[in-house]
Design a protein around this ligand. Structure first.
Ligand code: ZN
Length: 323
């Protein structure tokens, strides 16, 4: 018998991003029973993107354990509007205020569907299974192509009315800084995202080795080898992240900041200057001493988190993350 045989309720989780749409059946222990994956036809019309979602759902529905599914949890690239059940992902132009919740509900025979932003989903995952486990007050962030995040306060996930709360990437930390695609200036993301770390290093005269793409990972390699421009690019990103974390700690009193995403894979090249800058920005007694730790869950965080966030918002019985 399968170790996770149909012994308890399951949540069908969807993780929707600009490049891929992933799905899984998740049990009450956070284990993934089965996974399905489709590329996101991001440049196509809304119905074609939806078809990729329903293809993923059809694959999940074909699994023998599907009848134990009691709800669907969606974590989507934002902005999302959980209040109205719509999504408008920046990188999926075919979806603008697209009624994803009702369309997914139709596709699964009317099961309850909960929608949240991907930053909030990642936070739910880290709180349930990862580095924020055991903390009642945490900021979790994803630093990769963009910078996202989410909050746990008083032991509960705080998605906000529309599912976007904790979006630390678009806090301004440089008052007259570079224009951000969001319309503001000097956002954390404009300084600390992977592409912006690479941009900063290139602007300082750094060049990747022949045949290597100019990515944040390549800048991290150079920084580890002692390249001063590469080190400065990571230091600047770390400073922006530290200012955002300090602002969050000062506003709502967090105990831990969990940092995940591709840029966090740089390790000490990012985390050492981050902790150093944080000690300079988070100075008041109640904000000082915030721990900064790497995220624990990898690529499955979005799926685990979509299930956890659904369990919490729908108050699903039998799921360990339900309050
Ligand atoms: Zn911005």
């Amino acid at each position: 018998m399968h170790p996770h045989g149909a012994t308890g309720p399951l949540v069908a989780a969807l993780d929707i991003g600009g490049t891929k749409i992933a799905g899984a059946l998740v049990d009450a222990e956070g284990q993934l029973l089965t996974k399905a994956l489709r590329p996101t036809p991001a440049t196509e019309d809304g119905e074609s993107v939806l078809r990729a979602v329903t293809d993923v759902l059809d694959e999940l529905r074909a699994v023998p354990q599907w009848p134990a599914t009691i709800a669907v949890g969606i974590g989507s690239a934002g902005p999302v509007d959980a209040l109205h059940g719509t999504v408008s992902p920046v990188n999926v132009p075919g979806w603008r205020e697209f009624p994803l919740v009702s369309r997914v509900s139709q596709a699964v025979g009317g099961l309850p569907v909960a929608l949240t932003g991907d930053g909030v989903a990642m936070t739910a995952a880290e709180h349930w299974q990862g580095a924020a486990r055991g903390y009642d007050n945490a900021l979790c962030m994803v630093v990769s192509t963009g910078v996202g995040g989410g909050l746990v306060l008083g032991g509960a996930l705080v998605p906000g009315p529309t599912g976007n709360a904790g979006h630390i990437g678009h806090i301004s930390v440089d008052l007259d800084g570079d224009l951000c695609p969001c319309g503001s200036r000097g956002c954390v993301e404009r300084i600390a995202s992977g592409p912006n770390i690479a941009r900063s290093a290139l602007g300082g005269g750094w060049q990747p080795p022949a045949g290597v793409a100019a990515t944040a990972a390549a800048v991290a390699d150079a920084a580890r080898a002692g390249d001063r421009v590469a080190l400065a690019a990571f230091d600047r990103a770390a400073q922006a992240l530290a200012a955002g974390i300090a602002a969050t700690a000062t506003l709502v009193e967090i105990q831990v900041a969990v940092v995940g995403g591709g840029v966090a894979n740089a390790g000490p090249v990012l985390f050492d200057p981050l902790r150093e800058h944080l000690s300079r920005y988070a100075t008041l007694s109640f904000a000082a001493g915030v721990e900064v730790v790497p995220a624990k869950l990898g690529t499955d965080a979005g799926l685990v988190g979509a299930a956890a966030a659904a369990a919490e918002s729908l108050r699903l019985e039998g799921f360990t993350s339900a309050p």
